[in-house]
Ligand binder design. Sequence first.
Ligand code: GRG
Length: 296
Amino acid sequence: MTKESLELLMHRDATLTEARLKEYYEEDEDIKVLLDAERYSLFAGGKRVRPVLVIEFCKLFGGREEAALPFACGLEMLHTASLIHDDLPCMDNDDLRRGKPTNHKVFGETMALLAGDSLLIGAFEAVASNRAVTPEIAANATAYLASCAGRYGMVGGQVMDLEGEHKKLTLDQLLKLHSMKTGALINSACVLGALAAGISPDSNAMRDVVTYAEKIGLAFQILDDLLDKIGNAEELGKNVGMDEEREKNTFLSFFSQEEAAEYAKRLTKEATEAIGRYPGSETLCDLALWLSKRTK
Ligand code: GRG
């Protein structure tokens, strides 16, 4: 598949997801500010990587898009909630996200906190109430997403990240942090897609899905560090392994830029090998490659 046709397909999946996301909102003047705050971040130009993974894994295993869409929406709501909370002054204290003022800069801290809360809850509502799958699949998907988002997943990873500021983590700790903080949601996007298609949680196919997810999740984070570094180096004219302002641990504390890029390339290849034997897997293999070459 050419880069152009992959991007067209991703755009199509993103558009479908966005149309469905809008259906979770009906106007209510009394809570307009909350709805506006949620939608400000939900429709702020994210790449929609997680929804694309949900939809394409569902299609890979012969599932219907209709079954995948509520899961895709749930993943994007949860991802958005985490970004809003991550940007808050008590966490990363960021002013900009995707080139625009962060949620709390526009709506204030209280509303940003509540918008994140509401999106987090809305995510589980969307997943649990997916009527295009059996109640058993909806329940499995809800439980899986919760396990990936909670204390042993994204929230735990965020805690490791915050606790790791101003102290040097080992490479094993850094790998664990990222498999929880970023990897777990990517993992659940792939798994929920396969679940939507009726793949059993303890099948060999699901194990291959998880292998692909873990490899692209780690490659994604390594690339994030590389992209951050390039951005920071441009801004600061410096070349260091710890994030300048907050002294965050990054893969560049352990690898040179070339080694890190090579590591991400190897993980991407292993991801494609994990699912390569399934007919129709070219799209997801190309997506893994696309992610490893992204520039934002
Ligand atoms: C339970 C809501 C909730 C939050 C709990 C704040 C927090 C704890 C976790 C933060 C986790 C976090 C920000 C992880 C970073 C993930 C990451 C690499 C984000 C960037 O993803 P992209 O590139 O973003 O897909 P776009 O902008 O394309 O959507």
